[in-house]
Design a protein around this ligand. Structure first.
Ligand code: PLP
Length: 391
């Protein structure tokens, strides 16, 4: 027998594992399940990136170990991208870290920068994997509620001063999974001032940074003067370029935080496949970039609009997402999010993610992934409408 370490027993339970099992069981009955419960982009990686990758893979020079902390040309390209799009300047060697997806960086950060018993702040509702970092770093966390009345932005004034003083880091994620909210410049300015006042590091998870609706480009935390003094931002290829399976991302910002991430990675990885890193440069620099991103944003916008219009017809009114590819919709009166999700799966063969899985403040909502074409989204809503839950 090989019992797991004590640390393993502190890892959070995967809330959505039971959802996946329920959906699979339903599919096994032969039901035509419309799965809106996941966050896996459905579109292919843009052709120009696939072609570039094929070219680089064929080059034997890319078959060796990468430089430990990533190819210098990739770090330079990441810095150039932030300069071009967000007007933020970074030293490619000291202020950029290359990552195998942003999840790994988000999870290893407490391990690299905090001591057992330290406190960090997480949004509620929020991306569940942030909790894994608390377990691995053996640190404590406190949640900061995101409420509809504040457009799902945290109310910084409501964070008790004692908590703010104790906190070492605060994770923020806009465009937000699961609510679809987007940050405002005013909020980020307030956040920089708050971070300085309480000496809290800000970790901006910009996973959906390219995905803004109604012609709006979501603001990056790094656009705010002083942001680099107080924090970093994670930028992943997963959603912007439909590269979730490729596992590639980077972080930019404060040199101390970047150094800690790089140091822990020195001991875990030898960076990424060089061909992938060179293709990642082309992804950022090819003239096809903006057109590919715009086409994706337009596609999600069409889906969002079709979904919200259909939902309104059955009396189901939610917060119109301003970014991401999710809709955050209320549960019917007197039903928990899990009960609602179970009813939808059993009676309408529609899978949604119960809000409770994103935290206590997620109760009362379900998350809808806009990751199928409009006709199927509308069909899902029509099936839900037949249950007459919103009348
Ligand atoms: N952060 C948020 C808010 C996400 O929703 C996701 C993926 O769903 C990630 C981070 C992880 O992205 P990556 O594929 O870069 O690990």
């Amino acid at each position: 027998e090989f019992p797991q370490s004590k640390l393993m027993s502190t890892l959070p339970k995967q809330f959505f594992a039971s959802l996946v099992a329920k959906v699979n069981a339903k599919v096994a009955t032969g039901a035509d399940v419309i799965n809106l419960g996941q966050g896996n982009p459905d579109q292919p990686t843009p052709a120009y990136i696939v072609q570039s990758t094929q070219k680089w893979v064929a080059d034997p020079a890319t078959h060796k170990y990468s430089q430990f902390r990533g190819q210098p040309a990739f770090k330079q390209a990441a810095a150039d991208f932030y300069q071009e799009v967000y007007g933020a300047a970074f030293d490619p060697e000291k202020e950029v870290a290359i990552l195998g997806g942003s999840k790994i960086g988000l999870v290893e950060l407490p391990w690299a920068l905090m001591n057992p018993g330290d406190l960090f702040l997480l949004p509620d509702p929020g991306y569940p994997d942030y909790l894994s970092g608390a377990a691995l770093g053996q640190v404590e966390y406190a949640t900061v509620p995101l409420k509809a009345e504040n457009n799902f932005l945290p109310d910084l004034a409501a964070i008790p001063a004692a908590t703010a003083r104790r906190a070492k880091f605060f994770y923020v994620n806009y465009p937000n999974n699961p609510t679809g909210a987007v940050a405002t410049r005013e909020f980020y300015e307030e956040l920089v001032a708050w971070a300085k006042q309480y000496e809290v590091g800000i970790i901006s998870d910009f996973a959906y940074g390219a995905l803004g609706y109604d012609g709006n480009r979501p603001i990056s935390f790094m656009e705010i003067p002083g942001a680099k003094e107080v924090g970093i931002e994670f930028y992943t290829y997963s959603k912007t370029f439909n590269m979730a399976g490729w596992r590639i991302a980077f972080a930019v910002g404060n040199a101390d935080i970047i150094e800690a991430l790089n140091l822990i990675q020195d001991h875990l990885f030898v960076s990424l496949f060089p061909a992938l890193q060179y293709a990642a440069i082309d992804a950022l620099q090819d003239p096809a970039r903006d057109g590919a991103i715009q086409a994706l944003v337009d596609r999600y916008q069409t889906r969002r609009d079709a979904f919200l219009t259909a939902a309104a017809k059955i009396g189901w009114h939610g917060f119109a997402p301003q970014g991401t590819f999710y809709a955050w919709m209320p549960t019917p009166p007197k039903m928990t999010s899990e009960e609602f999700a179970d009813v939808l799966l059993d009676q309408a063969a529609v899978a949604v993610a119960p809000g409770k899985g994103f935290g206590d403040y997620g109760e009362g909502y379900v998350r809808i992934g806009l990751l199928i074409e409009p006709a199927r989204l509308v069909e899902a809503v029509e099936r839900i409408g037949k249950l007459h839950l919103f009348e």
